[in-house]
Ligand binder design. Structure first.
Ligand code: FE2
Length: 383
């Protein structure tokens, strides 16, 4: 089975409703010739002919009507955005409002109620319906095998609307420039400007974990500026598979445990893409997340961004075992005991910061490799 471990730029923006480009998945060998040709065209960066899913084969047509965007929001979030929608004044987005129940989990990591349970259920049903359809798919990013790129099945317009009307003001308040950003929120500092005031692009996908395929996600950073990660599964349908957050990519403590987070249906955890994170092993059942990677191209062109994201500053440094990465850390083999290699057991997250710490400090990294391998990217080239 051919596996696409990165996506070309053209894959990310296939061109609107009903326009889908995919990978060859498990069912690849049985795909029709036309779909397979489209896949090859996409690989070469060209614009493929569309493969139709919506409206003929979709399950929930209402998801594909972008004008429905407000219908899917948790009412608590709608309320907080109401005044901004009316006036355009970002200062009216009161993330401290008791009614929103935003949680400040750690510096630069926040969670808040985002989508309704009905929306989460329909998105996951739509994903499974597409996966049964026999239409082409590709892995959603370079580290997850199981899931689906929603932008490529006709949902790009919906998430364009959600980015501009819902996520952008939140990003501006939490990760935007000095005029927009809160300095702290509910006792946790924000971590500075990461382009949140000017988000202009997203890569939106679902990831799925189960004993059958992806059981965990190795430590990594994301190939985006700000990540929105929303739980799609009912709590009682899975055990384990918590998200684990470590430090920002270039901080002295970037391999030290900060936070373990258990997903909640409809709840979003938002963080800077350069925050090291992963997911521990799933112990029972299945879990799915909706992930919206967002970018600001204007910010990426700025001197401020180049100063912030300088891969030459990477160093390995001290580590908790749960924060080690078998994909990215040159000292993984040395520091991870054999019986735990290439796993991410839950007990490591629980033990973080105690006996699992290592004494490795300030080890210079192989910079060339880091440039190539550091991020969980949808695109092969790094910006
Ligand atoms: Fe990630």
């Amino acid at each position: 089975m051919p596996t696409l471990t990165g996506c070309l730029e053209s894959c990310e923006s296939p061109g609107g409703t009903g326009s889908e480009v995919g990978r060859v998945g498990n069912e690849g060998e049985s795909l029709g010739d036309e779909n397979f040709r489209n896949f090859l065209v996409a690989l070469r960066g060209g614009k493929p002919k569309t493969v139709k899913y919506h409206p003929e084969k979709c399950l929930h047509a209402e998801l594909f009507d972008a004008s429905n965007w407000s219908r899917w929001l948790d009412p608590r979030l709608s309320k907080v955005l109401e005044e901004w929608h009316r006036t355009g004044d970002l200062k009216q987005v009161d993330l401290d409002a008791a009614a929103l129940d935003l949680q400040a989990l750690a510096p630069g990591i926040f969670s808040f109620p985002c989508f309704t349970a009905d929306f989460c259920r329909k998105i996951l049903e739509e994903v499974k319906n597409y996966q049964r359809s026999g239409l082409p798919e590709r892995p959603p990013n370079s580290m997850n095998n199981q899931g689906l790129v929603l932008n490529e099945i006709g949902l790009l317009p919906l998430f364009d609307e959600l980015l501009s009307k819902v996520l952008s003001p939140l990003a501006a308040r939490l990760f935007g420039d000095d005029n927009d950003r809160l300095l702290s929120l509910k006792g946790q500092k924000t971590i500075g400007n990461w382009g949140g005031s000017h988000l202009d692009k997203h890569h939106t996908f679902v990831v799925q974990y189960s004993a059958k395929d992806d059981t965990h996600l190795d430590m990594h950073i994301d190939e985006c500026d700000i990540t929105f990660n929303i739980g799609l599964s009912e709590s009682e349908t899975f055990q384990g598979n918590q998200l684990v957050f470590c430090g920002l990519y270039d901080a002295d403590d970037h391999r030290k445990h900060q936070l373990t987070y258990r997903h909640v249906l409809g709840q979003c955890v938002v963080h800077c893409g350069k925050q090291r994170h992963g997911a521990v092993d799933i112990e029972e059942g299945e879990r799915a997340s909706l992930i919206i990677w967002t970018k600001s191209h204007a910010f990426r062109r700025s001197a401020e961004y180049r100063a912030l994201y300088d891969l030459d500053r990477w160093k390995l440094g001290k580590a908790d075992q749960i924060c080690l990465s078998y994909s990215h850390d040159d000292d993984y083999e040395e520091l991870m005991p054999d019986e735990m290699k290439f796993q991410m057991p839950t007990h490591l997250a629980e033990a973080a910061g105690t006996a699992s710490s290592t004494d490795a400090s300030g080890v210079p990294i192989n910079r060339k490799r880091r440039r190539e391998d550091s991020a969980n990217g949808a695109e092969p080239s790094r910006e």
